[in-house]
Design a protein around this ligand. Structure first.
Ligand SMILES: Cc1cc2nc3c(=O)[nH]c(=O)nc-3n(C[C@H](O)[C@H](O)[C@H](O)COP(=O)(O)OP(=O)(O)OC[C@H]3O[C@@H](n4cnc5c(N)ncnc54)[C@H](O)[C@@H]3O)c2cc1C
Length: 429
């Protein structure tokens, strides 16, 4: 250990609930906590809310309804409905003969970021953008949390907190156990292409140009382990796979951002060699790489694939979740998909949001306690939003009743979730 700088940190405020990360899960954690009457602070590192959905340009949240059931509802679904009415989203058509991803909501990126501002601000939650969590310390009755704003370091006290950083950063700072899959799913720098017509492009020529580039070492073959270069042109985006060394620290994040932009730039230059693609351009690209998989907490409960695939209703089930197992592979295996059988509606237990041994911290989003396969399904945006609503509500109850997060009464929690408009799984289902 090196030398520490000895300095005083100003404590600027006291909150009932602090939400770390204003992404897919965090926004709705803050909204739910504020609606439950908690004095709430949301801390987000970016200059906009929405995380992977907006900054990562993964603007197709799913899946809210399936098998003719509204599986996920509450403020997150209400927002989608209002948002669609103003022309910012296209809701799914509930035709279950189509591929599962056709049942996602298609959203306009800018309008979504603006809608999240409105929903979050009108809930009464305080929001700090351009701010990162710097440290977390457990104290009697709550947490002391350090925040680095543009102006420097300060701290706040919170009776309860929700870690929605997507990487369980606060759980790590508090020393709770985190695990990783042996190989993490690859990341993608989302983008959209323009300046060409696919009917003018010869697929064989694309193949030749890219085979030569791989041969010369200009680009790695695993970049194309999801889609071939010609398929990318057809879909209007470079669906790249970037090896993910981990996403919990700034060093690995920096390496992935460099890789994402290097790959996109290299492919752009190669595409320009193809007849019909001389004017191809990147119309839009994400502000940051989208992370499919990071570490996960070891929770009081862990979701397992057998229970997921059989639609097990946990005794502390707080949300539904619907998505096939969806593992992106770097080894040329593309995407490993296992569909849920007809009528199956998997559930998420409250215990999977509680880091083992935690007194004041809950987790929501892709870092929920789950095995690798389950995580590849439960990580999608609608369940993340739903987990946010659960964690925000539970944190508000814990703060109000001055109890630990693990002591929140299941009946009171589900009643509060129903009052919020959220769907709660039926035990006899
Ligand atoms: C390429 C790709 C394709 C995908 N396809 C789909 C799809 O088709 N459908 C679907 O529904 N889902 C899809 N997903 C999955 C889904 O988008 C994510 O798993 C989900 O958005 C994760 O939500 P989250 O809230 O856990 O994390 P995020 O949305 O990433 O939010 C985390 C937030 O925390 C902030 N943050 C991080 N660290 C700190 C810190 N220390 N202090 C303050 N703030 C911090 C971040 O800036 C971010 O805003 C895809 C993901 C990727 C990458």
């Amino acid at each position: 250990m090196g030398k520490f700088v000895n300095r005083t940190v100003e404590i600027r405020g006291e909150y009932d609930v602090l939400v770390a990360g204003g992404g897919t899960a965090g926004v709705f954690a803050a909204v739910a906590a504020a609606k439950a009457g908690a004095r709430t602070l949301l801390v987000e590192k970016n200059g906009l809310l929405g995380g992977t959905m907006t900054a990562g340009y993964v603007n197709f949240p799913g899946i809210f309804n399936f098998w003719d059931r509204q599986l996920i509802s509450g403020p997150c679904w209400d927002m989608m409905v209002e948002f669609a009415a103003e022309g910012g989203a296209v809701l799914p058509d509930n035709d279950y003969t189509k591929k599962h991803f056709r049942q996602q909501v298609r959203v306009d990126n800018f309008q979504m970021a603006a809608a999240l501002d409105r929903v979050c601000r009108s809930s009464g939650a305080e929001i700090r953008l351009h701010s990162m969590i710097s440290f977390a310390e457990e104290q009697e009755g709550g947490l002391l949390i350090g925040i680095t704003g543009k102006e420097g370091l300060y701290a706040v006290r919170a009776r309860a907190a929700v870690d929605a950083t997507g990487d369980a950063n606060v759980a790590g700072m508090l020393g709770y156990e985190r695990v990783r899959s042996s190989v993490l799913q690859p990341a993608t720098l989302e983008n959209r292409l323009e300046g060409y017509r696919i009917e003018d492009v010869d697929g064989d020529e694309v193949k030749r140009v890219f085979e030569a580039a791989i041969e010369k070492g200009l680009i790695e073959p695993e970049v194309f382990s999801w889609k071939s270069p010609y398929e990318m042109l057809k879909s209007g985006r470079v669906n790249m796979h970037i090896p993910c060394p981990g996403a919990e620290d700034s060093e690995s994040r920096t390496a992935m951002e460099f890789e994402g932009r290097r790959i996109l730039h290299t492919l752009l230059m190669l595409f320009r060699q193809v007849k019909g693609c001389g004017n191809i351009r990147v119309k839009v690209y994400a502000a940051e790489c989208g992370i499919r998989e990071s570490c996960r907490i070891v929770g009081e409960k862990t979701m397992t694939v057998d229970k997921y695939m059989s639609g097990h209703v946990y005794d502390d089930a707080v949300s539904y979740c619907f998505y096939p197992i969806d593992l992106h592979k770097l080894d040329g295996g593309g995407v490993h998909i296992v569909y849920l059988e007809h009528g199956i509606m998997p559930t998420i237990p409250y215990g999977a949001l509680i880091p083992r041994g935690s007194r004041y911290l809950l987790v929501a989003g892709r870092t929920v306690s789950s095995d690798t396969e389950t995580n590849s399904a439960v990580r999608v945006q609608a369940p993340c939003m739903s987990m946010g609503q659960v964690a925000g509500t539970a944190a508000a109850l814990a703060a109000r009743d001055k109890i630990r997060v693990g002591q929140v009464d299941y009946h009171k929690l589900t009643q509060a979730l129903k009052a919020l408009g959220a769907t709660v799984p039926e035990k006899q289902a």
